[in-house]
Design a protein around this ligand. Structure first.
Ligand code: SF4
Ligand code: SF4
Length: 364
């Protein structure tokens, strides 16, 4: 039991490193190169899987793989066939020889090396499973989508009857479950069912939650039986005021979400959860609220993570990128944006993490 606790702690520390690396893009080409990759194999393809929309599994984050080759699909294949299949095997073989030729090292921010030998039991299954296939969400944030996505009954049936049994096999050896941010895990009927089923087979699993925070309350967490299993929460907030929240997330739920975050903050104080991240995607509508957002993070003892808006094809905002992207030099609000970024509040490393591009602006 003690060992297990230690493992979770180590995993958490590694995750924190990944989180910060990824967020600050420490591993981006300009900030690093081979120095971030030493002669130790990377753990990721031995220990983690992520299931993407359509049931696709990659041996690592597809954005960091040169050929973006998928390792299989849980809609059509058994989990074991994928986890120990040719694509994973080939990559692991290379990693054992510290051959990173398949990695986009200039982009990868997730390299976690083994300290000692690669454990022999990796074939049994991943230590961490990340669920990213379910897009159902009660919101339609302007940066993400223009319609609320709800799974059709047919889709829910496929998720419940085809995906779920395979996820339950995959989770057999896992210590960590990540409910990733493709939709909201508490709104989706399937995701709620999936969480309950996972808890039956892995009652001690630790959970990282990505959510819009609307249902992140004690009732929901207790109903799902995960109130004592949460490692950390990442909540998209994107605003420091009710009005701006309403414009961006297109729902009047700022006060409700903050109330839920206050509960998480209380739980953090009590040692029930390890960390809270509140996300802020910067664009024309919200950039003036950035300093207030850090204050919010300070009050909640959370990390405010700032990233720049990226045009997603699925959102109308995509067409207005030039107008919205205040962090681009050609934007008419750029100078004012830079001035805001010079606010010393962004130096509060305990409560504020900036994406790489923003660090440079803040330091300019
Ligand atoms: S170094 Fe990066 S791209 Fe390569 S396997 Fe590890 S996480 Fe994946
Ligand atoms: S950004 Fe998150 S909360 Fe907003 S619509 Fe997309 S999945 Fe839902």
């Amino acid at each position: 039991m003690k060992e297990n606790k230690k493992d979770i702690k180590t995993i958490f520390q590694e995750y924190k490193k990944i989180l910060l690396n990824f967020f600050t893009k420490k591993a981006s080409l300009k900030n690093n190169n081979k120095h971030n990759f030493d002669m130790r194999p990377c753990k990721m393809p031995f220990e983690r899987i992520e299931i993407y929309p359509g049931g696709i599994i990659y041996p690592c984050c597809p954005d960091f793989l040169k050929n973006r080759q998928s390792a299989g699909n849980i809609g059509t294949q058994d989990f074991e066939e994928i986890w120990n299949g040719k694509v994973f095997k080939d990559i692991r073989k290379k990693l054992k020889k510290c051959d990173f030729s398949f990695c986009r090292r200039e982009l990868c921010g997730e390299y976690v090396p083994y300290e000692g030998k690669i454990p022999k039991d990796y074939k049994k299954g991943p230590k961490e499973i990340k669920i990213s296939y379910d897009k159902e969400c009660n919101y339609k944030c302007i940066t993400c989508r223009d319609e609320i996505i709800v799974n059709s009954p047919e889709m829910t049936e496929v998720y419940n009857n085809v995906y779920l049994p395979k996820v339950l096999k995959a989770v057999n050896n896992a210590d960590i479950l990540t409910l990733a941010g493709s939709g909201d895990p508490f709104y989706s009927k399937h995701s709620r069912h999936l969480i309950k089923e996972i808890m039956k087979v892995r009652p001690n699993i630790k959970i990282r939650i990505n959510s819009n925070g609307y249902f992140l309350n004690e009732e929901m967490l207790t109903e799902l039986g995960i109130q004592n299993n949460i490692l950390g929460v990442i909540v998209s907030v994107d605003a420091a005021s009710r009005e701006t929240y309403k414009r961006i997330l297109r729902t009047d739920a700022f006060d409700r979400v903050i109330k839920n975050l206050e509960l998480m903050s209380e739980w953090k104080k009590q040692g029930k959860i390890e960390w809270i991240v509140i996300n802020f995607v910067i664009h024309l509508i919200n950039y003036k609220e950035m300093p207030e957002f850090v204050k919010l993070a300070q009050r909640l003892d959370a990390i405010a993570f700032f990233s720049t808006y990226r045009p997603w094809q699925s959102s109308e905002l995509y067409k207005k990128y030039d107008e919205m992207a205040v962090f681009e030099q050609q934007n008419e609000h750029y100078e004012e944006f830079v001035e805001i970024m010079h606010n010393p509040i962004f130096q509060d490393k305990r409560h504020c993490v900036l994406e790489g591009k923003l660090i440079k602006i803040a330091q300019s």
